[in-house]
Design a binder for this molecule. Structure first.
Ligand code: SDX
Length: 383
């Protein structure tokens, strides 16, 4: 039987209407505002799971037994520490570097100290995924200490990933409530279909490059304010607005200038992003417990105004809108917000890289040439 003729290629700007991969990790129904990880809705996971259990679910397509979860937790904790050379690189990193520039650089550096960096077997890539997941919090927390002139704090292999990050960041054992709040945020940010940074990671690994290169690509992609950088922009906006009275004039002026209100809108969700719905409830509790009620009240007033003005266009709060209040309330500096997103999304990025290699095909779309033809070469002396 002869193969069906290939369909004529069509230009799909921003790939908004293109399916570029199949995945078993997360399902999104943008019209209904549904997100599931391997079929389990995000609300159930946020209420009942832990980040490490969610990582197992995403990588293995099922929930772990208690023994399997304990084994993964031990594997991750065994990798919290950094190569001595990377600790030294941390100490020599410019204190004024934006944390996402730092993270992109030092995660990339990790690849130089891994003898299996270029081995693409499933076993080697699972081991690298664990290393990347485990070491990223150590890098982020200790960069913040370095830039503030504080001594480095070694990771604590007796606690989970969220509690370990807060221990190193603050040099103090976090309260159970704050550690839980971060753990839930890590669950909510772990994976989300073929978002820009995940797609970028897949493009890189599909060339049979390596996991460190793919995650470096993803970090650079996440940094943009249209993607993971939006949570920092939301906090900048809340600080810029300053008071409840200034919300309406500020937002109306932005909309009138056709400017984007950060933390709203989504390429896929045309209903409320379920993560935003969960984070809103969560942010209220955390903000109240930490004396940040005003931030929460400002956020809900902005949401009410945006819903009245642009919900008809399918523009609702996304994951970044209420995560800003949550991160601020648990004491995370504004310019670290996107690194927290990255710390979580490394689980999704590595999962997608392993999925891409299982039946890989180079990802190489076409481009429609719109330039001239038949142009004569003119010697420089005659130009
Ligand atoms: C994340 O893809 C993922 O899954 C990403 C993510 C994940 O988990 O990985 O969910 C995480 O990146 C969330 C999104 C964070 N970004 C922001 O909050 C930045 C602000 N949002 C916008 O930049 C925008 O909504 C995008 C980029 C998220 C989506 O843009 P699209 O799909 O390209 O839509 P568009 O820019 O063509 O907008 C359609 C219309 C336009 O108006 P018109 O020209 O038709 O009149 O909606 C308007 C836009 O101006 N619009 C907004 C708006 N977002 C869209 N207007 C005001 N404020 C906004 N935030």
């Amino acid at each position: 039987m002869t193969a069906a003729p290939a369909a004529a290629p069509t230009f799909d700007k921003g790939l908004a209407n293109t399916i570029a991969a199949e995945t078993q990790m997360s399902f999104i129904d943008g019209g209904k505002g549904v997100l599931e990880y391997v079929g389990i809705d995000i609300d159930s996971l946020a209420r009942n799971s832990t980040f490490e259990e969610t990582v197992f679910l995403l990588w293995n397509r099922r929930l772990p037994t208690a023994i399997e979860l304990s084994a993964l937790e031990q594997d991750i904790r065994a990798e919290y520490d950094l190569p001595a050379e990377v600790w030294q690189m941390l100490r020599e990193t410019p204190r004024t570097a934006h944390p996402m520039h730092m993270l992109r650089t030092l995660v990339s550096a990790l690849g130089m100290f891994d003898k299996d960096a270029d081995t693409n077997t499933p076993e080697a890539n699972r081991a690298k995924s664990i290393k990347l997941l485990a070491k990223t919090p150590t890098i982020i927390a200790n960069f913040d200490r370095h830039r503030k002139g504080k001594p480095m704090v070694k990771p604590d292999p007796t606690v989970g990933l969220a509690a370990n990050f807060l221990w190193m960041l603050n040099g103090a054992v976090p309260t159970a409530a704050v550690a839980k709040a971060l753990d839930v945020c890590l669950i909510l940010h772990a994976d989300h279909g073929l978002n820009a940074s995940t797609f970028a990671a897949r493009v890189t690994i599909a060339t049979l490059s390596d996991m460190y290169s793919a995650i470096t690509t993803a970090i650079g992609t996440l940094k943009g304010p249209l993607h993971g950088g939006a949570n920092e922009e939301v906090m900048h906006m809340l600080n810029e607005i300053g008071t409840m009275d200034n919300i309406e004039p500020y937002i109306r002026a932005k909309l009138a200038r056709k400017e984007l209100v950060m933390g709203f809108g989504h390429r896929v969700y045309k209903a409320l992003d379920p993560r935003a719905g969960y984070l809103k409830t969560f942010a209220k509790q955390i903000a109240t417990d930490t004396g940040n009620e005003r931030l929460y009240e400002m956020s809900t007033k902005i949401e009410d105004l945006m819903r009245a003005e642009v919900a008809a266009k399918g523009i609702y709060p996304n994951v970044d809108f209420y995560s800003a209040t949550t991160y601020h309330s648990i004491g995370i500096d504004l310019d670290l917000f996107t690194t927290i997103f990255a710390m979580s999304r490394i689980s999704g990025w590595t999962g997608h890289c392993m999925e891409q290699l299982d039946g890989n095909r180079l990802i190489r779309p076409g481009a429609s040439y719109v330039g001239p033809h038949g142009v004569a070469y003119v010697p420089a002396s005659k130009r």
